[in-house]
Design a protein around this ligand. Structure first.
Ligand code: PEP
Length: 290
């Protein structure tokens, strides 16, 4: 991370003066850049017993395997991870956890360490707004969790997003940039970090943002990453949208060029709906890349 704070930067952010075309990161360019594979991740939150988790993933497995060109991730509760891992062996479904603790081991009753998560999972959600809201996670704890996850080779899905009053007072860009800054403080290499832009007012409310709004904010996140790291890091980084995504509205988001997929809560608990979200993503992103 470059050693300067975006708080000293005037909003809106800009790359002007950095010796190139300025003002934006060209995330559509394929020159010297890996293509970003779209991702749909299901956050099951605190839902499903072990047998329900097994039933849910059994219903999705075959259908998901038939859909190409999308990375499909499920994030069941901790207690179901082992059972789901067994079931998805040999399939295209990848596994993620919903949280971790930043210490590797010790007297932290009830917590799950990064090493334990890495034994089972490839991905881990960090900084979800429900953890910030109900479990007092701060920028500092999110930063420590992120470092811990990267250290053991996990691919973190870092959640950031503004609250309703912040949106209404025109502070989205500032809040999202500050969250990024505090989450990433002192981290030099982002590994396979994925960012999920999740406006808090859209999570679990049925009030999704619009594709255009999200595309703009994702563009700003990307610009911020380019300022904190460099343009290639920004071009390669997948940035998802999350907030009341359903099979009925996924087509609003996926045609937007900056949005690389979705983090899906409620709708990921219905096998048919999750399949439809993944299928539509594959079709829409496939059309765009042709
Ligand atoms: C989430 O849990 O990250 C989420 C976006 O939830 P929902 O899709 O239910 O709004």
């Amino acid at each position: 991370m470059k050693g300067r704070s975006p708080f000293k930067t005037n909003f809106p952010l800009s790359l002007k003066g950095e010796g190139d075309k300025g003002g934006e990161v060209d995330r559509q360019s394929s020159w010297g850049v890996k293509m970003r594979v779209p991702m749909i991740a299901g956050n099951w939150k605190m839902n499903t017993t072990i047998s329900e988790a097994v039933e849910l993933v059994s219903k999705m497995r075959r259908g998901l395997d038939e859909i190409g060109d999308v990375e499909k991730v499920v994030c069941p509760p901790f207690v179901s991870l082992s059972a789901v891992k067994e079931l998805i062996k040999g399939s295209s479904i990848r596994l993620g956890a919903q949280n971790l603790y930043f210490e590797e081991k010790g007297a932290y009753t009830g917590e799950i360490s990064p090493l334990m998560v890495a034994d089972l999972c490839e991905f881990v959600i960090i900084g979800h707004s429900e953890r910030r809201q109900y479990f007092n996670e701060t920028g500092e704890t999110v930063n420590r969790k992120l470092r811990a996850a990267l250290k053991v080779g996990l691919k973190p899905i870092l959640c950031i997003g503004e609250r309703l009053e912040e949106k209404e007072t025109g502070r989205t860009e500032e809040v999202v940039t500050q969250q990024l800054w505090s989450s990433l403080a002192g981290i030099d290499s982002l590994g396979d970090l994925i960012i999920a832009y999740e406006p808090v007012w859209a999570i679990g409310t049925g009030k999704a943002a619009t594709g255009k709004q999200v595309n703009e904010t994702v563009g700003l996140i990307s610009l911020s990453i380019a300022q904190l790291y460099d343009k290639v890091v920004a071009q390669n980084m997948r940035i998802l949208y999350g907030g009341s995504v359903t099979a009925d509205n996924i087509a609003e988001f996926m045609p937007q060029p900056e949005i690389d997929g979705a983090l899906v809560g409620g709708a990921s608990l219905k096998a048919d709906e999750f399949l439809s979200i993944v299928r539509q993503t594959s079709e829409i992103k496939g059309r765009l890349s042709r």
